[in-house]
Design a protein around this ligand. Structure first.
Ligand code: NDP
Ligand code: NHF
Length: 328
């Protein structure tokens, strides 16, 4: 039985700081060290975020025997490489979304973790947010009459230059992998499988990655899903599950909602609030700690097999656009 879980963070960027903040709200978790490509940056990050130590290389952090589990917070194109390094060092891994660039990479990560006997999970934090846990309870009870339609959008206006990871092909840029992965993951959560056919439209950025996309998923059992993501303008960033008898609105922002509305057959609706306790990253970190204490090597909420399936869906969408990354 592991008591306190000792964490390390690889990559001292934006999301690493949010995760470190979330981790402070998790009982039985301690941030031991952070690693950056720059020793100075790692030292500053560790001081600001309460880590005991800092490392000027990712490899040095992985040599730290006190660290049980590593959070990978580098850009998408490094998720596989950094996760494999951590797995090889015998560390459990929580890797930011998307788990990788493509399904081939994700499968390689899953195989390596299985062989090494370590835990691996994609940091799809949405799954562990209280409102989404409630949604999962409703879905597992069954939506009476079934679901006809799922709609979801995630649009952000990035006012950044083309070198930023959202537009940079070398870093696995594009709206689909960064933003679209959330609604696609929600569709996977709701329908428990990949769509049978996918139709899409896309607008490409000057750098050759997608900046705006629309997707229509057709599930031969009946339901349709309409999903959009974009990095050049803001959209409501909410989701709606339309059923024969019941419908559910997942309030904005869909990646971290704190309210759900249930629309009932008599035309009335009930709204439910699920205020966050912490910044939201605490929930996924607490889930990883629970899994590790139970000796689990995969999450039962965000299993690696489902992350691979989601990447397969993203692969087939990108194939329609002819969008290939240097690391594909
Ligand atoms: N769950 C969520 O809500 C969010 C998740 N994310 C995910 O987190 C990951 C990181 O995103 P974000 O924190 O916004 O990105 P940042 O650019 O802010 O941070 C990424 C860090 O990765 C390290 N890095 C290593 N190699 C490179 C490279 N070639 N170019 C740039 N950085 C490099 C750097 O750390 P160093 O210099 O210290 O080595 C850098 O600070 C993405 O995969 C994204 O999908 C992002 C935002 C929100
Ligand atoms: O996961 C994410 C959540 O939202 C951000 C934008 O607001 C994204 O860029 C990010 O990668």
């Amino acid at each position: 039985m592991i008591d306190t879980l000792h964490w390390g963070i690889i990559g001292c960027g934006n999301i690493a700081a949010s995760f470190a903040k979330g981790l402070r709200d998790v009982d039985g978790a301690r941030l031991i060290a952070a690693a950056s490509r720059s020793a100075q940056k790692a030292a500053r990050f560790s001081q600001e975020n309460g880590a005991l130590r800092s490392y000027g290389s990712y490899e040095d952090l992985l040599d730290d025997r006190e660290i049980d589990v590593v959070y990978i917070a580098t850009p998408h194109h490094l998720h596989m490489e950094n996760s494999l390094m951590a797995i090889e060092a015998g560390k459990h891994v929580l890797c930011e979304k998307p788990i990788s660039i493509n399904s081939k990479q994700a499968t390689r990560m899953a195989d390596a973790a299985r062989q090494a006997g370590v835990f691996l999970m994609e940091g799809m934090w949405t799954r562990f947010i209280p409102a989404v846990e409630q949604l999962q309870d409703w879905l597992s009870d069954g939506i009476p009459g079934g679901i006809h339609l799922f709609t979801a959008d995630f649009g952000v206006q990035f006012n950044v230059d083309d070198g930023h990871r959202i537009f940079n092909s070398e870093l696995g840029g594009g709206a689909l992998l960064d933003l679209g992965v959330y609604p696609v993951s929600l569709a996977s959560l709701i329908f428990k499988r990949q769509p049978d056919t996918i139709q899409t439209q896309v607008r490409m950025h000057a750098t050759g990655v997608d900046e705006l996309n629309t997707m229509l998923f057709d599930y031969k059992s009946g339901p349709l899903a309409v999903i959009t993501s974009g990095s050049i303008s803001r959209t409501p960033t909410e989701a709606f599950i339309a059923g024969k008898k019941l419908s559910i609105k997942i309030h904005s922002p869909l990646y971290c909602p704190s309210a759900l509305t249930l629309f009932k057959p008599d035309g009335t609706s009930d709204s439910y609030e699920f205020p966050l306790e912490g910044n939201g990253f605490n929930y996924e970190a607490a889930h990883v700690c629970r899994c590790l204490r139970k000796g689990m090597l995969q999450s039962d909420v965000m299993p690696v097999s489902e992350s691979i399936s989601i990447m397969e869906t993203l692969d087939s969408i990108r194939a329609q656009w002819g969008l290939r990354y240097p690391m594909d």
